[in-house]
Design a protein around this ligand. Structure first.
Ligand code: A3P
Length: 297
């Protein structure tokens, strides 16, 4: 990357209550933590690149009985605001969007469990968490950081693996993130989903989401939603593929938002030595929990 392009990316990470985030997210956090949802609001929480947009699209379609036109009313982050996101060119902040919307709202966050505004738990809001195996999550984040110019430059692959292992990427440690929600899932009635399960059997996972949301849709409608939320259909859907975000923010000539959508792409990136080091480190960090991640199908 040329020096000029580096300079355009002025987005140092700063600490926020135990994690690293970009400065604008940190500065906005007091307002975010004071946000009080309505009990009818739904929160979709993820570590970045775990399949957030996919689950958002599924939820929106389930809530609108598979009506694809209604679900094309606006791009994803306008339909389902990103709670902690600050205003950008042509895009209001998550909080401003939420103020202008009537509940029930679907809200996205990447905040770890301990930073989610208390109001979500006090009001017993429903929360869907999506987790993706660490190595695929890392690969996806590596490409995303190449095109997302509001994040620090990812640098070379080898160094990026180290940053991921040390929790030095925006929104902090993947390990703490997936563990935080896992440990609270029963007490807080969190629906904890896995990206790999959704790839394996989207219909089954959609049915789980439908039941969690107290909806009842016919098999035909579910079949339509499976089709409408396939990787290929979403990649071609301008309301779901983030093409509306302009190049100074998301430069999709470097990597597309809807990049590959596969389980096991890590095998095309990690050397055997890198995978062994990563797995050894991961085992230590995850030794007190037993979260059933799968790295291939
Ligand atoms: P890849 O980079 O591996 O392709 P998020 O929405 O949390 O930012 O996650 C983005 C990741 O989810 C990207 O992964 C993207 O391609 C993938 N994704 C988005 N929609 C998908 C779909 N319908 N099916 C499978 N994967 C999808």
């Amino acid at each position: 990357m040329s020096k000029n392009q580096e300079l355009k990316r002025h987005c140092p990470l700063v600490p926020l209550k135990g994690i690293l985030v970009t400065e604008n997210i940190a500065n906005n956090y007091n307002d975010v933590s004071a946000f009080c949802p309505d009990p009818s609001d739904l929160l979709i929480a993820t570590y970045p690149k775990a399949g957030t947009t996919w689950v958002q699209e599924i939820v929106d379609l389930l809530l609108h009985s598979g009506d694809s036109e209604t679900c094309k009313r606006a791009p994803t982050p306008i339909r389902m605001p990103f709670l902690e996101n600050t205003a950008r060119i042509g895009m209001p902040s998550g909080l401003d969007l939420l103020k202008a919307m009537e509940p029930p709202r679907v809200i996205k966050t990447h905040l770890p469990f301990h930073l989610v505004p208390k109001g979500f738990w006090e009001n017993k809001c429903k929360v869907i968490y999506v987790a993706r195996n660490a190595k695929d999550n890392l690969v996806s984040y590596f490409y995303f950081d190449q095109m997302n110019l509001t994040h620090p430059d990812p640098g070379p692959w080898e160094g990026y693996i180290q940053k991921f292992m040390q929790g030095q990427l925006p929104w902090g440690s993947w390990y703490d993130h997936v563990k935080g929600y896992w440990q609270e899932r029963e007490r807080r009635n969190i629906l904890y989903l896995f990206y790999e399960d959704m790839k394996e059997n989207p219909r089954r996972e959609m049915a789980r989401i439908m039941r969690y949301l107290d909806l009842s849709l016919s098999d035909d409608v579910i079949s339509r939603i499976v089709e409408l939320t396939s990787f290929k259909t979403m990649k071609d859907n301008p309301m779901a593929n983030y093409n509306f975000i302009t190049k100074p923010i998301f430069d999709q000539s470097r990597s597309t938002f809807m990049r590959k959508g596969e389980v096991g792409d890590w095998m095309n990136h990690f050397t055997p030595e890198q995978a062994a080091e990563f797995d050894e480190d991961s085992e230590k960090k995850m030794k007190h929990v037993n979260i059933p991640f799968r790295t291939q199908l």
